[in-house]
Design a protein. Structure first.
Length: 250
């Protein structure tokens, strides 16, 4: 069995009944960390002893139990939750609060089961040094007939996931525009199926999701005026979901 998932969050059993909204809010703020470390740990291809493929750091304010194998294939590590400190940092971009807990959790887990501790601690160090950036290339494509290249980059933070669009002019090798076109709640369930491909239709680029639906169009002519003129396709709720808190976040 290969170690495949890393998660950090409030203990489901302790908070789901009376404080589930609070638990879910914490989960949203830490999903970018769980996502980053889950993707990173898969590259290690670490073989466990066959009893777990996930390390779950579960925080709560009660009596802390020793690490255990819980549910199906989950190595659960309980840690104390400092609610007062969390309330101070939760609306900031600072992630040391979460990474300190993750580091402690990995160390505790290593005392119970063999895990790639040195590699995981190195990942934490690199993540800190990189200012906790979880970014990756979503799609890149050249349209030579239109003299443009379009690059979509995903940026996953504690407050949101967003898609940054960069358009370059091929002949002059220069950047025309670079702007955010999509911002969603910071949860993969919301954004993981958003981007599949581009399609050129006359004077516009269509962005296709993984269900082959057009979700957004970009006006090509405006690009050469250094204007990213785009239109989200869908109902009112879908448009709202793709502009999550856009009016108050920078």
């Amino acid at each position: 069995m290969t170690l495949y998932y890393i998660s950090i969050g409030l203990d489901y059993d302790k908070y789901s009944k009376n404080e589930n909204k609070y638990r879910y809010d914490f989960q949203l703020r830490t999903r970018f960390i769980s996502n980053f470390f889950s993707k990173a740990v898969r590259k290690l291809r670490f073989k466990t002893d066959g009893t777990f493929n996930m390390i779950s750091i579960a925080l709560h304010e009660g009596k802390i139990k020793q690490p255990s194998i819980s549910l199906i294939d989950v190595l659960k590590v309980e840690l104390p939750f400092d609610r007062i400190l969390y309330e101070k940092v939760k609306d900031t971009q600072a992630c040391n609060f979460y990474l300190d807990l993750l580091e402690e959790g990995f160390k505790n887990a290593s005392k119970f089961k063999a895990i790639p501790l040195d590699e995981l601690l190195l990942l934490i160090s690199e993540f800190r040094i990189g200012n906790c950036k979880n970014e990756w290339l979503l799609k890149k494509k050249k349209f030579k007939e239109k003299d443009i290249e379009i690059i979509l980059t995903g940026e996953f933070t504690t407050n949101y996931f967003q898609v940054v669009t960069t358009v370059n002019q091929l002949s002059k090798k220069k950047e025309l525009v670079k702007e955010v076109i999509i911002r969603t709640e910071p949860d993969e369930i919301v954004f993981e199926n958003l981007i599949k491909d581009f399609k050129l239709i006359e004077n516009q680029i269509e962005i296709i999701n993984k269900f082959d639906d057009v979700i957004l169009t970009i006006n090509i002519d405006k690009l050469f005026e250094r204007i990213l003129d785009f239109n989200v396709i869908g109902n009112k709720k879908f448009k709202k979901d793709l502009s999550y808190r856009l009016n108050i976040l920078t």
